[in-house]
Design a protein around this ligand. Structure first.
Ligand code: FES
Length: 260
């Protein structure tokens, strides 16, 4: 696995939907090495810590990649105000991403909130591999729904919102049961609270079906040096930034990780 410390040129940046920005960055090294589920650590001006951002998309020529981020603090506010042409210091691609099971043809993707950031990249890879893809997308309200015309072609998208303003009036995990039988592999990303009830609510979900999730944790270094992102798994302590952020759902010892 190759990781690069680079200056990447910002090609474009726009507010794609409410408070969520899409930025395209020119960097052949990261774009050509990136796998769905991996992330970068980007320096935001002189703020001390780099920010982890999931890789959202890679262009056809693998010379540029996109990140999708919400403005939620000083660093991301600074990032959202940068102009095309700015060079940004970053490290990436980092972590272990999603892996599509070769034998699985029907791929069910579940994205809660900004979990769509890495899931969009998985959808792209799955469609390029000729797989059938259904995406369940959850958001708090209609203005927080990722625009469907930014999804790869032939991805069937079903939306759930918490206030019922778009799609089904429920949590995205409530829709999972309707697609369990169809799915041959499930890949999910969302706030960690989304994962806890999934197995309990969907008792047809069995460990025989591959189920990968991407975890969100606070990160310091992003490359395994500070132990700030350690979690308990069935195979012992692991670091989200280095061993993940994608894990087998059944590997996580949920009741031993109160912080996630
Ligand atoms: S963020 Fe430092 S070890 Fe994971």
């Amino acid at each position: 696995m190759s990781t690069f410390s680079v200056l990447a040129r910002l090609e474009s940046i726009e507010e794609l939907y409410k408070n969520v920005f899409l930025a395209w960055l020119h960097c052949r090294q990261i774009s050509s090495a990136a796998k769905p589920g991996q992330f970068i650590m980007v320096s935001c001006n002189d703020y001390l810590l780099k920010r982890p951002l999931a890789i959202h998309q890679v262009n056809q020529t693998k010379e540029a990649f996109a990140v999708l981020f919400a403005v939620c603090g000083k660093g991301t506010t600074w990032l959202s105000k940068q102009q095309p042409g700015t060079e940004l210091s970053m490290l990436g691609p980092l972590g272990n991403g999603f892996s599509l099971a070769p034998e699985a043809q029907n791929i069910l993707l579940v994205a809660g909130g900004l979990g769509i950031a890495p899931i969009r990249f998985v959808a792209q890879s799955a469609r390029e591999a000729g797989k059938s893809v259904i995406l369940l997308q959850g958001a708090s309200t209609a203005s927080c729904v990722y625009p469907a015309d930014n999804l790869p072609e032939q991805v069937k998208c079903h939306i759930a919102t918490e206030d019922g303003s778009c799609g089904a009036h429920c949590l995205v995990t409530d829709m999972l049961g309707d697609y369990i039988e169809w799915a041959e592999q499930i890949l999910a990303c969302g706030p960690n609270v989304m994962y806890h009830p999934i197995a309990a609510r969907n008792n047809r979900l069995s460990s025989a079906r591959p189920f990968q999730i991407s975890l969100e944790t606070r990160m310091g270094c992003g490359f395994g040096a500070c132990y700030g992102c350690s979690i308990k798994t069935a195979a012992g302590m692991k670091k989200v930034c280095h061993d993940g952020p994608v894990f087998d759902y059944y590997e996580i010892v949920w009741d031993k990780n109160p912080g996630i």
